[in-house]
Design a binder for this molecule. Sequence first.
Ligand code: HEC
Length: 364
Amino acid sequence: MGFQATTSPRRAVRWAARAACAAMALAGLAAPAQAQEAPVPAAVQQAAREIATELATHCPLAPAGDTAAYNACRKALFGPSALRAHLPEILLWGRQSKTPNATLRQTNLTQFAPDVWTNMYVPLFMFNGRHTVEWVPEERMFLVRLEAAFRNRLAPGQFPYPFWHDEAKWATYENANAVMLWLNPENRQVRAAQFTDRAATPLLQPVTPVQHAKYEGPWLWTDEKGNTQPAVTLFDGVYQADNPFIKSIDRQYRDLALQLRESQCVNCHVPSNPDKMTRLVLLSTPAHAAGEVDRLIKAVREDRMPMDEFRLSYALSPENKKWLLESAEAFKTTVRAAQAWEQQAARKTVSGVQSSLNPVEVIK
Ligand code: HEC
């Protein structure tokens, strides 16, 4: 496969010029008239190449409605992947800002635990391995641009929530041509990731748009067969179908959701982002809540959540606090049991005869 790693000459020169200027200043010398081009450090190039190769291997171009290809990609990335090895505890994800030259700080993004992002967000893209790496002095981070295409023709339950609740967001997803990873220069972790339809590289394949009716929720629903949707938010496709804890995750999330409603959490922590949070936290599905459950319990215990309309924290009534914490703890116990079951099943498969399944990483 023809993977390619190039550095934008303009950015690289600028970076080199700054680095050279700083060095000259330290040495008490005048800045050179012509800067030498400095390469992106080998370790950064290598991290980018590993991630890009993995993405192209497990998530190659396929028809935009190919659920089997999507699930193969999800299993690979959700497991102990190279990508995952570069993720911090919380990463930021979202669209590239429409405002030209907006910094990440000025861009609205959503906070995700690695489990959430690798299960339901990054696998929605397909990759060819081609990428560039550049230093962006304004962000003090390396930017890896991966050529990408979006799986816009999957069934609604294959998306973490109906992205078409916002037409502009859906259009950007549908026409995406790149995924951008912002790497921390110190540890090469992905601090933020974005998708864009404005990359310089062309669309990887023709896009047949899907028109969805305007959507305003609910963010969790039951289909005509009686199954909870979106299915991906109950780990469908990444957990084994016979995981005995899936049903109770569903049931206990619904209990928790009642308490989240009772305690006003849903006024803010939903995809429509009514509070216009610049760093949105989602609690609106089982998978999203599972990724946040430790922070949820801590924030409520410490009376930091909920907040009022002026974003001032207030304490819940003792009963509401107790019920919310109890349902969150019950939900968490089941989520952990489901994870432990997957880990065991993966171990059996690895030591057993047939090992076509990907081991699923388990947290604690
Ligand atoms: C008025 C809007 C609002 C309400 C209501 C609200 N939150 Fe938040 N929540 C926020 C904001 C704003 C942040 C900060 C996001 C950030 O990091 O910028 C936040 C952050 C969080 C976080 C992650 C960061 C942390 O502090 O650990 C969790 C978990 C959370 N909220 C849970 C809850 C729960 C549970 C409830 C209901 C009991 C709730 N929130 C109610 C606005 C709200």
